[in-house]
Design a protein around this ligand. Structure first.
Ligand code: CA
Length: 237
């Protein structure tokens, strides 16, 4: 069925989860810390990650952000905190679903089935819902990490892909550099040159320049936005 990573430091909860998931014929690996989880997702392919929020080494939301920095695997948050604001924030930060502890085996199964169906993993019979981001002639598939421009595949590095995906997810919105650094580079500070260099590489691959932008627009001192080229306003080639 599905390949599952269980991130849970409570040995009792962890054993119960592993037992249940194995009984349901899933393949399970499990770890007890966020850093081990990051190592796991860097080395193995999972269909879904079940992430406990109360881990000994990293705050759950921190762990989620770091996971999101390296993988698009669906993540189900398991939390004892019955805090709606926190849950909404985590869903916005890239969690796919959540479970409030204590949860039943049936509840977990239902949430997992829904997440797997959406991501198209786990041998679900139904067609997966498309999560392809389209902006103008750009089509980005975050799960498969593939991007196309006008039907031609783009050969992007991991960072270029993350940068493009992040901006394309907010078309027309000016994203401050600080936010790009935090979201794409997972850094709270850094110099603007890092972003500029990656932007210029990305521009080249999109066949445009800063002087003649099509999709990527830099607003000096403000930030960067991605938007579809406007018909009739295309710069001359
Ligand atoms: Ca815990």
């Amino acid at each position: 069925m599905a390949s599952v990573l269980v991130v849970e430091d409570d040995q009792f909860v962890r054993s119960a989860l592993i037992r249940h998931l194995t009984d349901a014929s899933h393949t399970v690996r499990s770890v007890g810390t966020a850093l081990e989880a990051l190592r796991e997702v860097a080395h193995f392919r999972f269909d879904v990650v079940i992430l406990d929020l109360g881990l000994p080494d990293l705050d759950g939301s921190e762990a989620l952000k770091m996971l999101r920095g390296i993988t698009d695997v669906p993540v189900i948050i398991a939390t004892a905190r019955d805090d709606e604001t926190e849950i909404v924030r985590l869903l916005n930060d890239g969690a796919d679903d959540y479970l409030t502890k204590p949860f039943s085996v049936e509840h977990l199964s239902a949430r997992m089935a829904a997440v797997l169906r959406r991501s198209g993993a786990g041998g679900a019979a139904e067609a997966p819902l498309s999560r392809v981001i389209r902006v103008g002639g750009l089509a980005i598939d975050p799960l498969r990490r593939q991007a196309e421009l006008d039907g031609a595949p783009l050969d992007l590095t991991r960072r270029e892909f993350d940068l493009l995906t992040f901006l394309a997810g907010r078309p027309g919105v000016v994203v401050p550099r600080k936010e790009l650094l935090a979201e794409v580079w997972q850094q709270s500070y850094g110099d603007d040159q890092t972003i500029d260099v990656h932007l210029s590489w990305l521009r080249r691959k999109l066949g445009e320049t800063a002087a003649r932008p099509r999709y990527l627009h830099t607003l000096r001192g403000v930030g960067v936005k991605l938007e579809p080229p406007q018909a009739g306003l295309e710069p001359p080639q």
